[in-house]
Design a protein around this ligand. Structure first.
Ligand code: THU
Length: 144
């Protein structure tokens, strides 16, 4: 599925703007590669995040990490639509690890703005490992 802007009913422009705004808060003294991410939640909030690096490089937190933390800290829920940008505000693909992070909190049919248009979470992380493999129920909301 590769939906057009109009078909999706999501304000992708607003999401990309929120991601670019979040990107301004990035802490990237090592890579000098700021990233911002923003997502629409299933109850209509916009959550966002930026990358936060560390002198111990491998401890770097991607923008998606702080987005997921903000999701939990502001009421939980699931992600409906996601957008990620680089320092120029151009669409960036979430790294492999962060696709897994996003998968955990996806709403059914979650969409992502990608370099090849709008795609579903299932398309960017096919046959994913997830909570179901552990026999876990689908979790929603805060405190779960
Ligand atoms: N980065 C993210 O924040 N998200 C991604 O999905 C890709 C990579 C960050 C990590 C690091 O701070 C910088 O981009 C360069 O790898």
């Amino acid at each position: 599925m590769n939906l057009s802007f109009k078909d999706s009913g999501i304000d992708w422009e607003a999401l990309q703007e929120a991601a670019a705004k979040a990107m301004q808060h990035a802490y990237v003294p090592y890579s000098k590669y700021p990233v911002g991410a923003a997502a629409l939640t299933d109850d209509g909030r916009i959550v966002s995040g930026c990358n936060v690096e560390n002198a111990s490089y491998g401890l770097t937190l991607c923008a998606e990490c702080s987005l997921v933390s903000q999701l939990r800290m502001t009421g939980g829920g699931k992600l409906v639509a996601f957008s990620c940008v680089d320092g120029q505000g151009n669409i960036l693909m979430p790294c492999g690890r962060c696709r897994q992070l996003l998968h955990e909190f996806r709403a059914p049919g979650m969409q992502l703005m990608t370099v090849s248009g709008i795609r579903t979470m299932d398309e960017v992380l096919p046959d994913a490992f997830g909570p179901e493999n552990l026999g876990e129920p689908t979790r929603t909301g805060s405190g779960q």
